[in-house]
Every structure is written in structure tokens, then in C-alpha cells.
Design a protein around this ligand. Structure first.
Ligand SMILES: *[C@@H]1O[C@H](CO)[C@@H](O)[C@H](O)[C@H]1NC(C)=O
Length: 247
């Protein structure tokens, strides 16, 4: 009995002390999104940046939230107008969103000022499809979308495919509380809670989209935003500092 207890303590210690190795990236951003090797972010003055050759290159325009993924590069501005990067310029897309996510296989998804949820159907000349529920933050991956509502409750929508942006249209609540959540292009799920702690969903796979448990990822400081791509976890600290981390 005692031995089991000691072993358990040792095991949990080992698990929680898996160090995150972080490199501080010069600059300040309030939000970042990474996918397929691309890095985009916006600063507190809504200026847009992309990382190239280890330097932040300013992209013309003004956005409060930017997202990069299989659906392209999308953003929303101060007035909740939606834009997509096309032929080297921001192209206005009808609709109003406060947050947009380009992580879906073909179409972006997002939420508006009233936490109503939408995804874009039908490629070009397409329209926003309303999805039931209320979310303040929404992020899609290759086979599921995740979101958090105003009370920090966490939800998953399964059955998302390139032709069914709304998936099953059925949100399933997941235990825990997070203030933002991001699904990576390869389906990994990371989030931040209201205390600035970072969590990863364990056991996520195409056959078990909801995964198993939340595991805290020990971060060097309190975090307000995360994004994951190609083995790198990007963290935005509460002071807008930028960290590029590997486990
Ligand atoms: C945001 O970026 C712009 C353009 O580089 C810069 O002038 C401004 O100082 C930045 N704002 C902050 C708060 O860093």
C-alpha cells in the first residue's frame, strides 16, 4: 500500500515536471496563430505580423485577431469586419465576426459579437452557416471543432469534414474550464484557463476526437494565448511576450 502511494507520487511528479523548453521570441503580440509552418500575430495596436527568417515582418492592414490554417489566412478587424488574404492583399468577406479560425480543412469558422457560431460553406461565393449554441472562442481541426463559452465551459463538435463545416451540429460538453482553446492542423488541442495555466488534451485521435483528460503544461509564466504547430507550442504571456516552446 505505502509503496503504491510512493510510486504514485513519484509518477505524478515525473509527469508534471516534464519541462517545457521555451525560447523568448523578441517582440510583443496580443494573439498568435501558427499552422503549416506559418506564424501570424497581432499586437495590442492591431498591427499584423508574420515571422520570416526569425524576424517579425509587418503585414499591411489592421486586425484584432488573425488566423492561419488550411483555409488560408483570415482575420477580423476592430469593427468585426472579416478579411481573407488573397493574391497578396486583404479581401473583404461579407459577415461580422469577433474571432475567426482558419483551422478547418477547407472553410473558416468563427463567432460574432453575440457569441453566435458560424462556419463558411461551399468554398467561393459561399455563405456563413449558423451553428447552434453560443461560444466566445471557436477553433477547428481536421475532424473536430472545439470551443469555450462565456462561462469558460468547454465543448466539442465531432464529425467535421471538408464538406460539412458544421459537423454533427451537436455540441458535447467536456469537463474543465478554459478561456481560450486552439486545435492544431494535426488535431492537437491546447487551451488556457482564467488563471493563465496551459492545458493539453490527452489521447485525442480521429477515433477518439474528445480525448481523455486535460494535462497541465508547465509554462514559464502566466499565459493568455496558445497555438501549436509542427512540434512547437507558441505562448503569449499576459505581458504580450512571445515564447516558442518544445516539450
Ligand atoms: C504595434 O506595431 C506597430 C507597428 O510596428 C508599432 O508602431 C506599435 O508600437 C506596436 N504596438 C505595441 C503596443 O507594441
Amino acid at each position: 500500500m505505502e509503496r503504491t502511494a510512493v510510486l504514485f507520487v513519484l509518477l505524478s511528479f515525473c509527469i508534471t515536471s516534464l519541462a517545457l523548453e521555451c525560447r523568448v521570441v523578441p517582440g510583443r503580440l496580443k494573439q498568435i496563430d501558427v499552422s503549416n509552418g506559418q506564424v501570424f500575430g497581432v499586437n495590442s495596436s492591431n498591427h499584423i505580423y508574420t515571422l520570416y527568417s526569425n524576424s517579425w515582418i509587418q503585414v499591411p492592414g489592421s486586425l484584432k485577431h488573425v488566423s492561419v490554417g488550411p483555409a488560408g489566412v483570415w482575420g477580423v478587424d476592430f469593427n468585426n469586419y472579416v478579411y481573407k488574404l488573397g493574391r497578396g492583399d486583404w479581401v473583404f468577406v461579407p459577415g461580422l465576426l469577433k474571432q475567426v479560425d482558419a483551422g478547418g480543412m477547407v472553410s473558416p469558422a468563427g463567432v460574432n459579437m453575440n457569441d453566435d457560431i458560424y462556419c463558411l460553406t461551399g468554398g467561393q461565393g459561399s455563405s456563413w452557416k449558423h451553428i447552434p449554441g453560443k461560444l466566445k472562442y471557436h477553433s477547428c481541426g481536421p475532424y473536430s471543432c472545439w470551443g469555450v463559452n462565456a462561462a469558460d465551459n468547454i465543448y466539442i463538435m465531432k464529425g467535421v469534414t471538408p464538406t460539412a463545416c458544421g459537423g454533427s451540429l451537436n455540441w458535447q460538453q467536456i469537463s474543465g474550464a478554459l478561456s481560450m482553446i486552439e486545435v492544431s492542423t494535426d488535431g492537437k488541442v491546447y487551451g488556457v484557463n482564467s488563471n493563465g495555466h496551459v492545458y493539453r488534451r490527452e489521447g485525442v485521435s480521429p477515433s477518439n476526437a474528445a480525448g481523455t483528460v486535460w494535462r497541465q503544461v508547465p509554462s514559464p509564466q502566466k499565459v493568455k494565448h496558445v497555438s501549436y504547430d509542427l512540434g512547437h507550442l507558441w505562448l503569449i504571456g499576459r505581458d504580450d511576450s512571445i515564447m516558442d516552446c518544445t516539450e
